[in-house]
Design a protein around this ligand. Structure first.
Ligand SMILES: Cc1cc2nc3c(=O)[nH]c(=O)nc-3n(C[C@H](O)[C@H](O)[C@H](O)COP(=O)(O)O)c2cc1C
Length: 377
């Protein structure tokens, strides 16, 4: 079905769009999403994108027009970045991609009363890194700051319970192949360790092996993207202890990793979300994980003290939430569930409010506000 009949969407104002989006979402999440995406292409129903000089942020060797970004998992087919980026977003992260394509089931349940979604996904669903490479080459002329999230779908269950060390070797090889494919065509690569079940997530604990993988990946980047100097970031889940925060920070400084993304999948903190049913592989995203994300961002900021940029990725729905994340130590802020609930124009609203809050609190830029919660105490 296509909603793209000429003039069909033009006849609706933005409020009607929001209403239709929610109604179609109520009947089926897939239809809601399809409706939103198709409508996005009809740019004429939207107001102009939002840009404000106070939101400009220099980071990772780039000029971000805004610190608000679209988190991984939103656009795994490279379909909508041209449209989304208009709504105040400063960057987008594609993926997560694995070396081999994987068409696995992904169930998404909307928990409307909590402004959250439960995602059940045993593996990373994606078209493979070669697909990502092709799309990135096609989009090279676009000025958007683009990140690519990579991981591995290696699983001992599939390999007749093979030795974990053999699995780690395979993971490393796959990651190297992924980096070789995309490093020359994107601004940053994220090594995603935040899947709740796959062995790649155990690298958060196996820091020796992780250190070795990071060093090798950085070598590969130096070889395949010597001029572009593509950055390498780490995405970690929220389930990390205070001790792990120190150890991970130490390891990051030692290896010279360029940044850390905090958030994403969270399954360990079931205690904090007692009202919610958890399934085998499911993870929770949206409003309920905001406080946990704030806490972990703050913990990392206190240890890192600005030496490594932090990107928060959890629970932001408003400009006030984004401002809180920045004050807790985040240099950039990503969102995902908020777009599913409010539509893409949420980006514009968050940016406007964030700019107001920066002015009101006498900050001249986003970077002045980073970690200010701790300096005020
Ligand atoms: C449907 C869905 C798919 C996701 N897929 C990925 C993914 O492939 N890789 C990843 O790193 N994060 C993925 N995430 C996590 C998001 O990037 C983000 O970290 C998380 O949703 C928390 O942010 P939010 O509260 O703003 O949604 C996904 C989230 C959702 C809702």
């Amino acid at each position: 079905m296509s909603f793209r009949k000429k003039g069909f969407l033009d006849s609706f104002g933005k409020w009607n769009f929001a209403f239709l989006f929610r109604v179609s979402q109520f009947f089926s999440w897939k239809w809601g999403r399809k409706f939103m995406y198709e409508a996005l292409r009809e740019k004429s129903i939207y107001e102009e994108g939002y840009r404000n000089p106070i939101l400009k942020t220099s980071l990772l060797g780039k000029e971000f027009p805004s610190p608000l970004g679209i988190a991984a998992g939103f656009d795994i087919k490279f379909k909508y970045n041209d449209e989304l980026i208009q709504y105040g977003f400063g960057f987008e992260e594609f993926g997560t991609f694995t070396f081999y394509e994987k068409y696995t089931a992904r169930k998404i349940r909307f928990l409307s009363s909590q402004k959250a979604v439960l995602v059940d996904e045993p593996f990373f669903k994606n078209g493979g890194i070669k697909f990502a490479q092709k799309e990135l080459i096609n989009r090279r002329h676009l000025p958007h700051i683009a990140g690519v999230s990579i991981a591995s779908n290696q699983n001992p269950d599939e390999e007749n319970k093979a030795e974990i060390n053999i699995i780690y070797e395979k993971i490393e090889k796959e990651l190297i192949d992924c980096v070789q494919c995309v490093a020359p065509y994107c601004d940053y690569i994220v090594l995603n360790l935040s899947h709740p079940q796959l062995p790649i997530s155990s690298l958060v604990v196996n820091l020796g092996i992780l250190r070795q993988i990071i060093v090798r990946l950085k070598d590969v980047i130096d070889k395949v993207a010597p001029i572009l100097k593509t950055k390498l970031l780490l995405k970690i889940p929220l389930d990390v202890s205070a001790e792990q925060v120190s150890l991970i920070s130490e390891m990051m400084i030692e290896t010279g990793i360029d940044g850390i993304i905090i958030g994403g999948y969270s399954m360990g903190n079931k205690e904090n979300h007692k009202g919610l049913r958890h399934y085998g592989y499911s993870y929770l995203c949206g409003k309920p994980i905001k406080n946990e994300t704030l806490r972990i961002v703050g913990n990392f900021y206190k240890v890192l003290q600005g030496r490594i940029p932090i990107i928060s990725s959890g629970g932001v729905f408003t400009g006030d939430d984004a401002f809180e994340m920045i004050q807790a130590g985040a240099n950039l802020v990503q969102i995902h569930t908020a777009i599913l609930y409010k539509g893409p124009s949420i980006g514009r609203k968050i940016c406007k409010r964030l700019a107001d809050l920066l002015h009101k609190n006498n900050f001249g830029s986003v970077s002045e506000a980073v970690g200010s919660k701790f300096s005020q105490q």
